[in-house]
Design a protein around this ligand. Structure first.
Ligand SMILES: Cc1ncc(COP(=O)(O)O)c(C=O)c1O
Length: 440
């Protein structure tokens, strides 16, 4: 597969031209040499006709659907996707406010999209959502919610941060029945397209999905894809530009471009091997008494309390042995593998965990979720008058913030939600000392 953006940028870097254009570093520095702007020949991300278009067509062929690049992460694509689904050139909302049925484990960008594009989230029941994982919606739950009417789109996160995946095929069938688009936040799952059979949301019937290429593929942070079905392709660039920069990074575009060549090469084979090794390690760990969460092939989440360890403790133990993991909390430790991590390293992690003896069970005192009771709309609250109060004094107030502990960057409480004593425990659990609330 061709790499037109990477080729153009490399050739330009080799020429040692006098750069009387942006950026201000003028190409001085190892990475800066390749960091250019939209000069002649470099094309334009918001209306590509040359090298970017060719590269995006390569990506579209790989993912078997219209695919658009973002150099601003899935956060950018989530906002574009919701705008596209709710408005997308079809005119303003008629009558009542737009409503989006959503899984509880949404990323903060979903909430900022609600404020910016003015929709109300309606959360699916999620009794076992614990701030990180759980609360995975089923087709039956989506059907029950849609049968009441009044929802304009369904939005699910799959995989979630700890690696749980939804039945996207089942949910998309229900959505088709009710005539609403299914949007999948697949930030953690770009690689799912390269499994056999494919587990990527677009292959399973979603109307749109976004993936952070940088999270699981060999791509610079925060390179991402917006994938859409044909009916949304015409307005997709407009939607991305609405929320994005006019100065896309060519370092990231080149990286997305180079990834096409890798992904069309031996990547699927390497991925299959890696997933097989991980499946074996998963089996061995379970046999040794470790509890695992999630079912995503490249992610391994240990839920270690039952074996007498915390996720935080395991993180420090592995870090002191030269292994740094993605997410840790009292309840979980999440590790992200990929085909470029060698077999020896994978086995070493397995050995490090297996060598730990079972200890007395640690009680799970994480506060868990509560039903989201909205006191006012997301947009009204986000753009309304606010004040900051100590967490201890926030019960009875309306949460009006967005900044969220990251990872997992899933808001423990939602902007517009009425805070309770339980919310206070939850916010404290996530280390928040003060909280933004609607002013009285
Ligand atoms: C589920 C989910 N969606 C979206 C995002 C945003 O992705 P990005 O960091 O690429 O903007 C994240 C980031 O962690 C995420 O976990």
């Amino acid at each position: 597969m061709t790499t037109p953006i990477a080729d153009f940028v490399s050739e330009y870097a080799e020429k040692h031209t006098v750069r009387l254009h942006m950026p201000g570093h003028k190409g001085v520095g190892a990475a800066e040499r390749f960091d250019i702007t939209e000069i002649d020949g470099a094309d334009e991300l918001c209306r590509p006709e040359g090298i970017i278009l060719e590269s995006e067509r390569n990506a579209s062929a790989l993912f078997s659907c219209p695919t658009f690049y973002s150099t601003e992460g899935s956060s950018h694509c989530v906002r574009a996707m919701l705008y596209l689904a709710l408005y997308g050139g079809r005119g303003p909302a008629e009558g009542s406010k737009k409503r989006v049925l959503a899984s509880r484990a949404v990323h903060a960008s979903f909430i900022s999209a609600a404020a910016l594009t003015d929709f109300e989230p309606v959360f699916l029941p999620a009794d076992d959502f614990d701030g990180f994982g759980g609360g995975v919606p089923t087709p039956a739950a989506v059907r029950a919610a849609l049968s009441g009417g009044g929802c304009d789109a369904v939005f699910v996160t799959s995989p979630d941060y700890v690696g749980s995946m939804c039945d996207v095929a089942g949910i998309s069938a229900v959505c088709r029945e009710y005539g609403v688009p299914l949007l999948v936040d697949c930030a953690h799952g770009a690689y799912l397209n390269f499994l056999d059979p494919k587990l990527h949301p677009m292959a399973l019937g979603a109307a749109m999905c976004c993936s952070s290429a940088h999270k699981t593929l060999p791509v610079l942070t925060p390179g991402a894809y917006l994938h859409v079905s044909e009916e949304y392709a015409g307005m997709a660039r407009e939607a991305l530009f609405m929320f994005g920069t006019s100065s896309p990074s060519y370092l990231i575009l080149s990286s997305l471009d180079r990834a096409n060549a890798l992904l069309s090469g031996d990547y699927p084979e390497l991925l299959t091997n890696c997933c097989q090794q991980l499946a074996l390690m998963r089996w061995e760990l379970e046999l040794a008494g470790w509890s695992l969460a999630g079912d995503e092939p490249l992610k391994l989440t240990v839920a270690p309390l039952g074996r007498g360890y915390t996720g935080d403790g395991l993180y420090s133990y592995l870090a002191s042995n030269g292994v740094v993991c993605e997410l840790h909390s009292k309840k979980y430790l999440t590790m992200l593998f990929n085909p470029y991590i060698g077999e020896n390293e994978i086995n070493r992690v397995g050995r490090l965990l297996s060598s730990l003896p079972a200890k007395e069970k640690i009680p799970d005192d994480t506060p868990g979720s509560e039903p989201v009771i909205m006191a006012s709309g997301v947009r009204e609250t986000m753009f309304g008058k606010k004040e900051t109060v100590p967490v201890e004094e926030s019960a009875g107030r309306v949460f009006a913030g967005l900044v969220t502990p990251c990872p997992p960057c899933v808001p423990p409480v939602i902007c517009g939600q009425l805070l309770t004593e339980h919310s206070v425990r939850l916010l404290k659990y996530f280390g928040m000392r003060s909280v933004i609330v609607a002013a009285r």
